[in-house]
Design a protein around this ligand. Sequence first.
Ligand code: ADP
Ligand code: MG
Length: 307
Amino acid sequence: MARKVAVVAIGGNSLIKDPKHQTVPDQYAATVETCTHLAAMIAHGWDIVITHGNGPQVGFILRRSELSRHELHEVPQGAIGYMIQKALYNEFRRRGIKKHALTVVTQVLVDKDDPAFKNPSKPIGSFMTKEDALRRQREDGWDVIEDAARGWRRVVPSPMPKRIIERDAIKHLVDHGYVVIAVGGGGIPVIEDENGDLVGVAAVIDKDYASARLAFRIHADLFLISTAVEKVALNYRKPNQRWLDRMTLSEAQQYLAEGHFPKGSMGPKIEASIWYLENGGKEALITNPENIERALRGETGTRIVPD
Ligand code: ADP
Ligand code: MG
């Protein structure tokens, strides 16, 4: 069977099961869980590029560096790639899969005049109560929002990805059989200065948008989004909630316009899937880690397909 290529986007939130399980060992356990399903996918003939979010993790790092600001300079980077790399190494060994996973530190070009810099919208960090959120807003100047009816969170600017700088290298590695972990946390946002040099900027690129662009760039057969829900719903968490098995591109556009998919959570996944399909992508699939194999067999998950 000819191998097919998928970009698999793992949610940062899906690596944190609940507020009591946030430590690195807990996150690693969740990573291992997810990676058993990815290894199964690979064993079934898929070549994959893994991308991942890091909203909660970046929040921890920011908080850590805020607490030590009086003594040490602040740092912006996480290490989820390492966890995935290690988990896959072990899983491949266990299953006798002759593959190697490696992480590519990925820079993503954004427009320095992107309106997002004036309008922060991307949730990062832990959930807070409304009182804590409003206090942070007053005392620390944070921008905060209510996130998908799950609590309050800090938001930062989220400019649109324009170009994945390392895209040719990523494609080359996939074509040569490597399992690549790329655009971690949406990639590192950079702008071009007047000389054409890259300069880092303080922002978070949405990993769903960046992953869709990568899927398009490397001509992936599938854009798979692994998150904390088995399926996408209409009227999510309302009495008339309805789980979806499948939507066409036009239906996805319609439901999005009707407000079924909130900005900080399901919205970017649907928008990214729409962008991918509009640009010639074949299929987007949204499910949770434990259902990846079943979803690939067509038994669950929500598929978004061209009209
Ligand atoms: P990730 O970290 O994977 O990007 P997010 O928390 O950003 O995850 O987005 C996924 C979450 O969106 C789901 O876990 C669910 O709580 C929420 N959500 C919001 N609207 C919907 C919807 N219409 N259908 C399903 N889930 C939804
Ligand atoms: Mg998200």
